[in-house]
Design a binder for this molecule. Structure first.
Ligand code: NAD
Ligand code: UDP
Ligand code: UDP
Length: 319
């Protein structure tokens, strides 16, 4: 028998997962972190290992997992386009088989389960900003589809388990999130631009930089994840989770160059296929149901992220 809440975080050693594990430990939970280290390393959670309430299990969620826990956060999945397109079949398996296994575990224990879905379910949206009621514009056979359709199938599975088995589910659609412990080489725009700027290398803008994204700082996102999971149990989602501040990629590049005092130039490169032109969450639901508003402005969040990458570069003497 255990008295503390025991929480399973899949993908727990990744960028978002490591912050979530840290926050849950701070709140007194026991945390079981499950990860196959496909896109992360132990480094992200090394500081948590001495904590007796933290346990790390190397495991691939596409295989069954039998544990006794009180709550699940299912975050396991490569998140950056480079990583999820590296092995598209494995990405689909992780999204779909991973969801089935975690839902099977939640069903056996009759416990709440959170799914990290994504704004990618909206594809290249023709409704702007995107409310949860928008069904999306996804190319089902394009290069991004392993991720987009994988996540859409996972959402479908979550709602099927909810309707068919009465499982308490929470489906959150995460928009671009950034912060310390992002992988420096996973090709995402914030980490790319900061790493390039700190090393005075050209800033690679894909296309003309007029496409937009909305960037949420990791602490704001984790706060909303917890509020969503713990309050208003009738509401399953989907819930948009992101910061509605919208920036063009060119604006982001200029801001990073300015904040780092870099001498980098800007290099325009081809736009990847199916790259969404604009993305901005409508967060009315999060505001009204969870009294949540992002607190960290882009320049504050970028400053913390730049500090992290700077320390990392200094430590590895790559600079
Ligand atoms: P990340 O790549 O840093 O973390 C993902 C973690 O999942 C890694 O530790 C990886 O090793 C692990 N993983 C991958 N496949 C696995 C498998 N089969 N079994 C076990 N572990 C596996 O990415 P992140 O940014 O922390 O993303 C976490 C989750 O949030 C993902 O599900 C992602 O789709 C979702 N998400 C993230 C963002 C974002 O901007 N960061 C946006 C939308 C959705
Ligand atoms: N599963 C798991 N851990 C559990 C319970 C189930 O990994 O504690 C897996 C199991 O391998 C199964 C999947 O979850 O294939 C779906 O479970 P469900 O009960 O929905 O389906 P069934 O077992 O009837 O196929
Ligand atoms: N991007 C860019 N340069 C880079 C990396 C990304 O211009 O070095 C662009 C990319 O084409 C996209 C946006 O930045 O339009 C966000 O890309 P990211 O891979 O971070 O996330 P996603 O496309 O999944 O939103």
């Amino acid at each position: 028998m255990h008295l503390r809440k025991r929480v399973l975080v899949t993908g727990g050693s990744g960028f978002l997962g490591s912050h979530l594990c840290e926050r849950l430990l701070l709140e007194g939970c026991e945390v079981i972190c499950v990860d196959n280290f496909f896109t992360s390393s132990r480094q992200n959670i090394e500081h948590l290992l001495p904590n007796p309430r933290f346990e790390l299990i190397r495991h691939d969620v596409t295989f069954p997992l039998y544990l006794e826990v009180d709550e699940i956060y299912n975050l396991a999945c490569p998140a950056s386009p480079i990583h999820y397109q590296h092995d598209p079949v494995q990405t689909i398996k992780t999204c779909v088989h991973g969801a089935i296994n975690m839902l099977g575990l939640a069903k056996r224990l009759r416990i709440p389960i959170f799914q990290a879905s994504t704004s990618e379910v909206y594809g290249d949206p023709d409704v702007h900003p995107q409310p949860e009621s928008y069904w999306g514009n996804v190319n089902p056979i394009g290069h991004r589809s392993c991720y987009d359709e994988g996540k859409r199938c996972a959402e479908s599975l979550f709602f099927a388990y909810h309707r068919q088995h009465g499982l308490p589910i929470k489906v959150g659609r995460l928009f671009n999130t950034y912060g310390p412990r992002m992988h420096p080489n996973d090709g995402r725009v914030v980490s790319n631009f900061i790493m390039q700027a700190l090393q005075d290398k050209p800033i690679t803008i894909y296309g003309d930089g007029s496409q937009t994204r909305s960037f949420c700082y990791v602490d704001d996102l984790v706060e909303l994840m917890l509020r969503f999971m713990r309050n208003d149990h009738e509401f399953c989602g989907p819930l948009n989770m992101g910061n509605p501040g919208e920036f063009t990629i060119l604006e982001l590049a200029k801001q990073v160059v300015e904040m780092t005092g870099s001498s980098s130039c800007i290099s325009f490169e081809p736009l990847p296929t199916d790259d969404p032109k604009q993305r901005k969450p409508n967060i009315t639901l999060a505001e009204e149901r969870y009294r949540w508003d992002p607190q960290v402005r882009l320049n504050e969040g970028l400053a913390k992220t730049i500090e992290y990458f700077n320390k990392m570069l200094n430590a590895f003497m790559l600079k």
